[in-house]
Design a binder for this molecule. Structure first.
Ligand code: NAD
Ligand code: WQD
Length: 338
């Protein structure tokens, strides 16, 4: 079996990817220090798959500990690097924390991969590298250095570091996946997102409002130049996103020599905030109290993906729609309780 180290494998997207790796016959090995996740996630993975992947509670910035993981695991087919901080607002007030963890951990990882002769890497990037694109849908060749937060710039820097490293090491293969807005949860209800405190992201706020944990959702602005005035995003089911990582690994394995390729991962469709709210109500039959508030600083008006490259090259397409994702997010919220 092909062993794949999954940093951040106990997190939201990482845990769903571990499930898909197991289903595809890979042997995932989770490296996560649980700074933004819980050990219970491993039970969720086992409940879905009947398997308990190996788990190392290790900080990816701790070079010695991470090196021991590579030594213990022996031959490794590839690495998927999810481990990072992702809170946009916090990155504005604590940029060092973000550069240290997000860029630092990739630097450590690339050094260890070189030492241990591991040549395949899938990296979690983000549509945030595009900022507000001039043309929609946004393609992989759209300008990509307009991130509007320190978090976003950590992804710009990591992407450049990967291009530079691939240039320096002609045997290194890297796939850079730019996620749009991942939402939802595993349809089984065994794993999902675990937002800490008050969620910043729309869908966890919607589900918590529906569950009565939050009084009401504030729609951040309804005066944009969009269908109904609220912002447009490309919301993608986390299971579809997870499957793309497996397809990226499969694709790389068929390549000889250097690869450094960027792919958008979105549905290709944009939905407004109000469409998400109403879609949730239709999918679940549960009302979401909401009102219109002012714009949120730093928000872009509209962004959604052009997805033909992922489809044509990786053979990847989405199987879930917005309402499926909202139903699964609600199912997960009900498991979490109020
Ligand atoms: P998450 O916080 O749920 O998962 C990240 C995991 O990494 C957590 O389990 C955390 O404990 C772990 N981690 C963080 N730093 C670590 C370190 N130094 N050592 C070991 N473990 C560490 O986040 P997620 O939503 O699953 O995001 C995964 C990746 O996808 C991140 O790189 C994020 O920037 C990127 N991304 C996320 C989104 C999104 O909206 N969720 C969108 C685009 C890109
Ligand atoms: C979506 C829409 C809000 C909460 C963020 C990161 C991005 C990427 C994905 C990591 C916006 C509106 C939200 C609320 C609202 N992450 N909203 N009321 O900002 O598109 O992207 O996550 O890479 O980098 O910036 O996602 O879920 O925060 O917001 O009206 O209470 O919902 O204004 O229009 P965003 P989000």
């Amino acid at each position: 079996m092909k062993k794949v180290i999954v940093t951040g494998g106990a997190g939201f997207i990482g845990s769903h990817t571990v499930v898909e790796l197991l289903a595809a016959g890979y042997e995932p090995v989770i490296v996560d220090d649980l700074r933004n996740s819980e050990e219970g996630v491993l039970k969720g993975i086992a409940a879905i798959t009947g398997r308990s992947p190996r788990f190392h509670r290790v900080d990816c910035n701790d070079r010695m500990a991470f090196d021991r993981v590579f030594r213990e695991e022996g031959q490794v087919h590839g690495v998927i690097h999810f481990a990072a901080y992702k809170a946009v607002g916090e990155s504005v007030s604590e940029p060092l924390k973000y550069y240290h963890n997000n860029v630092g951990s990739l630097t450590v990882l690339l050094g260890l991969m070189a030492e241990h002769g591991v040549k395949r890497l899938v990296f979690s990037s983000s549509c945030t590298v595009y900022g507000q694109p001039e043309q929609l849908p946004v393609t992989e060749s759209s300008p990509d250095r307009n991130a509007n937060s320190p978090y976003g710039y950590t992804k710009v820097v990591c992407e450049q570091l990967l291009r530079d490293q691939c240039h320096a090491d002609p045997l290194l293969q890297a796939v850079l996946l730019r996620y749009f807005n991942p939402i939802g949860a595993h349809p089984s209800g065994h794993i999902g997102e675990l937002p800490l405190g008050v969620p910043n992201n729309l869908v966890p706020f919607v589900t918590q409002t529906a569950a009565g944990i939050r009084k009401q959702l504030i729609v951040h602005g309804a005066d944009y130049a969009t269908r109904d005035g609220s912002c447009v995003r490309d919301y993608i089911h986390v299971v579809d996103l997870a499957r793309a990582h497996v397809m990226a690994l499969d694709w790389m394995a068929g390549k000889v020599g250097s690869v450094c390729e960027v792919f958008n991962l979105g549905t290709g469709e944009g939905n407004t905030v109000l469409e998400v709210v109403h879609g949730f109500e239709e999918a679940t039959g549960v009302k979401v109290h909401h009102s219109i508030g002012p714009r949120r600083p730093g928000d872009v008006e509209s962004v959604y993906a052009e997805t033909s490259k992922s489809r044509d090259v990786l053979g990847w397409t989405c199987t879930y729609g917005l309402k499926d994702a909202l139903r699964d997010a609600w199912n997960w919220q009900q498991r979490l309780g109020a």
